[in-house]
Design a protein around this ligand. Structure first.
Ligand code: AMP
Length: 463
């Protein structure tokens, strides 16, 4: 199926072609005709599925095909609410790209930056406003924005908005909108709370659902590496150096953890920056653009800060710590392998996290393949291994939980599985190797020790 058959006008198709999209994604195929028909929509789709174009393209077409008010101030006709500043900025960039050949003005507003320039721009008239709820309400209270003419409302990542406690803000925004309007709700998950919101917000909605990325995408190679908590940083630095990873998004659970890891990586000679809620908006934007431009190799992020980050062809995502909420794992790994690209998601799991891993694997309904680099194994006295379907998982050698280093003889890749972390590469990247810890024999020692440092794959027990 091509974009031409979806009923979009030539100006929009031209912009889409310039983006390099050859055919619509499943959510676009389903959502675009519904939105063009003027129906309310409830879509189950997460970031990475192409959902933004799924609502933006038909929204732009609808705005451009009906009359704008040429006289006086242009009222906001479409309002897109997002939970985070990063997602707002990302959506706004998409809107700008897709409306390149249309006479449509768009603006993004979010907190953490000065409100005055936003007020000035609103004064000169905006057709499509992309906003986070808090700043939108601030602007509204100051009479800087008129929401009484909104024709289309989009709630993007509605589940996140509720998770982040925006429900009251959303209600306040809804109260400012005209009763007659088209409503589009996008959410990765559909909890009772979301359904409750949807039932109040949407009128006779069309439901669209695309397969979750975790079940649909074979483009993301997922792996787990069991490792002692204290040695995670060392292993991460080692993998980045050994495999010459140039762009890695690393997730930590806490803001403090993100800062600390960033400092440690910098000491290892790896350029890194942290992005989280305690950073100023300017610092967040700078870190993200430095990362996108390749000025820094590692971006260390907390879950919330990373929402909406869209980096084309991001090859590596590392869960330095597993998230407490299993769904966040899916969101995290969705940063890689997006659209047509492939990627790898590696989770560094210590013994405290086995329960979290189990919860994630239950959600995925499958075991994530294990890999191990010799010398970076969990404490051999620790027996715990994830139990899936009530059964203890066994390593490739039928020995159960990962043991301490068993010597160089097991250094070769096993099992038929693809892994970016495996292979023969041993190039020196000029960065410091991790130092050898006390009492560990087969530690990575730089390029010369590469034969012993190959990733060993454990085949999970398929039976
Ligand atoms: P989204 O889910 O909206 O965050 O989009 C994920 C990524 O897919 C973005 O980088 C888009 O630019 C890209 N994308 C959206 N639609 C298409 C398409 N039809 N073909 C290829 N890439 C797309």
């Amino acid at each position: 199926m091509s974009f031409d058959s979806l009923g979009l006008n030539a100006d929009i198709l031209r912009a889409v072609t310039e983006q390099g999209y050859s055919e619509p994604t499943p959510v676009q195929r389903q959502a675009i005709p519904v939105v063009l028909a003027g129906r309310d929509l409830m879509a189950s789709a997460q970031t990475g599925t192409g959902k933004t174009a799924g609502f933006t393209l038909p929204l732009l077409q609808k705005l451009s095909s009906s009359d704008t008010n040429p006289k006086g101030r242009r009222p906001v006709r479409a309002l897109i609410l997002t939970p985070t500043r990063e997602l707002a900025a990302q959506v706004a960039e998409n809107v700008r790209d897709y409306s390149k050949y249309l006479n449509i003005r768009s603006l993004v507003v979010f907190g953490g930056v000065s409100i005055n320039p936003q007020m000035m721009k609103l004064r000169s008239g905006v057709d499509v406003l992309i906003a986070t709820p808090g700043r939108l309400l601030d602007l509204e209270h100051q009479n800087a924005v008129d929401l009484s003419q909104v024709e289309i409302l989009v709630l993007d990542e509605a589940d996140r908005m509720l998770d982040m406690g925006f429900i009251h803000d959303i209600r306040r925004v809804l109260a400012k909108l005209p009763a007659k309007r088209q409503n589009l709700l996008f959410s990765a998950t559909f909890s009772d709370e979301i359904r409750g919101l949807a039932s109040k917000l949407l009128h006779n909605p069309e439901e669209v659902s695309v397969a979750r990325r975790n079940t649909a995408s074979e483009q993301i190679a997922q792996h787990v590496h069991f490792v002692d908590k204290k040695r995670k940083r060392e292993l991460l630095s080692f993998l980045i150096g050994r495999d010459n990873w140039q762009q890695v998004l690393v997730f930590t659970r806490t803001k403090h953890g993100a800062n600390h890891l960033t400092e440690q990586l910098s000491k290892d000679g790896i350029t890194a920056a942290a992005i989280h809620g305690n950073k100023s908006q300017g610092a967040r934007t700078r870190a993200l653009s430095d990362f996108k431009e390749g000025k820094i190799r590692v971006l260390v992020a907390t879950d919330i800060a990373a929402r909406g980050i869209d980096i084309s062809e991001l090859p590596h995502v590392v869960n330095y710590e597993l998230p407490n909420v299993p769904e966040d794992y899916v969101h995290r790994i969705g940063r890689t392998g997006r659209a047509a690209a492939t990627g790898e998601a590696l989770s560094l799991v210590c013994v405290d996290e086995h329960k979290l891993l189990r919860d994630i694997e239950r959600l995925l309904k499958r075991e994530i393949p294990r890999i191990a680099v010799d010398g970076y194994e969990p404490d051999p006295t620790i027996k715990a291994e994830p139990i899936i379907n009530g059964r203890q998982q066994r390593g490739g050698g039928g020995r159960g939980a990962p043991q301490g280093n068993r010597g160089g003889g097991q250094g070769n890749s096993r099992g038929g599985e693809r892994s970016n972390a495996s292979g023969e590469r041993s190039q020196s990247t000029g960065q410091r190797r991790p130092s050898a810890g006390a009492g560990r024999g087969a530690k990575p020692e730089g390029a010369g020790g590469a034969a012993r440092n190959k990733t060993r794959q454990r085949r999970s027990n398929p039976a």
